[in-house]
Design a protein around this ligand. Structure first.
Ligand SMILES: Nc1ncnc2c1ncn2[C@@H]1O[C@H](COP(=O)(O)OP(=O)(O)OP(=O)(O)O)[C@@H](O)[C@H]1O
Ligand SMILES: O=c1ccn([C@@H]2O[C@H](COP(=O)(O)O)[C@@H](O)[C@H]2O)c(=O)[nH]1
Length: 212
């Protein structure tokens, strides 16, 4: 078996998980500013690929997103690997010298097969930052976001399907990383700045070697 593309002693990968609307993207945006991460949202990469002229996956991705199901892992893993390679070539500043890099991989892995394949072929993760809150909070946030997001899946019908996929496919991933001692759970029910204090202290622990 060949080694992963990136060596995790040089390239830090933090997976960011949590239910739909838990606040993953919001917190990643803040962490980027303080820690010079490259933030890769798997959902955003899929939406770009869906709209790319000539993509052979456009229709498949559109259907999966609307139905709240998971796009076959080969597609998402390749998009992530390509984006990581580009960032390592282009990004500069703290944490990015001589082939080093630091990534927040947001909304991935959503399913056990993705988790195992990504770590085997792309990069071993250092930590899983898990934002937890109730379905009630998530539903309220997504319906509010849906007024302006333009996202085809921010409606009650799609949200219910996304919750189902989260419970059936993603919770086992979270439990898997919990059993490996890699999980850092943050309650994301509170205000953005309260959640950020907890999330940034997890990242500090990763970089100081207390968690990896
Ligand atoms: N702590 C918070 N308190 C109140 N509103 C929040 C909080 N965090 C995020 N939001 C709002 O909730 C909505 C969902 O947040 P965000 O997009 O960060 O979630 P997400 O987990 O990335 O969702 P998805 O997985 O669907 O992409 C956004 O409109 C955001 O502004
Ligand atoms: O690894 C992934 C991540 C996402 N998807 C699909 O995209 C949508 C939207 O994801 P967000 O993280 O909410 O932006 C998700 O419901 C899945 O359909 C995926 O297939 N694989």
């Amino acid at each position: 078996m060949s080694a992963p593309v990136f060596d995790h002693s040089r390239v830090t990968v933090i997976f960011v998980l949590g239910g739909p609307g838990a606040g993953k993207g919001t917190q990643c945006g803040l962490l980027v500013k303080d820690f010079n991460f490259c933030h890769l949202s798997a959902g955003d990469l899929l939406r770009v690929e869906q709209n790319r002229e000539g993509s052979e996956y456009g229709d498949l991705i559109r259907t999966c997103i609307r139905e709240g199901t998971i796009v076959p892992m080969e597609v998402t893993i390749k998009l992530l690997e390509n984006a990581m390679t580009a960032a390592i070539k282009e990004k500069t500043g703290d944490g990015w010298a001589e082939g080093k890099g630091r990534f927040l991989i947001d909304g991935f892995p959503r399913k056990m097969d993705q988790a195992l394949k990504f770590e085997e072929t792309v990069c071993v993760s250092s930590c899983v930052l898990f934002f937890s809150t109730t379905e009630e909070v998530m539903l309220g946030r997504l319906l509010e976001r849906g007024k302006t997001s333009g996202r085809e899946d921010d409606n009650v019908e799609s949200i219910k399907k996304r919750f189902r996929t989260y419970k059936n496919d993603t919770m086992p991933v979270i439990e898997h990383y919990g059993s490996q001692g890699k999980l850092a759970e943050v309650d994301s029910s509170e205000d953005v700045d309260v959640v950020y204090k907890l999330a940034s202290s997890v990242v500090e622990d990763v970089f100081s070697g207390k968690k990896n």
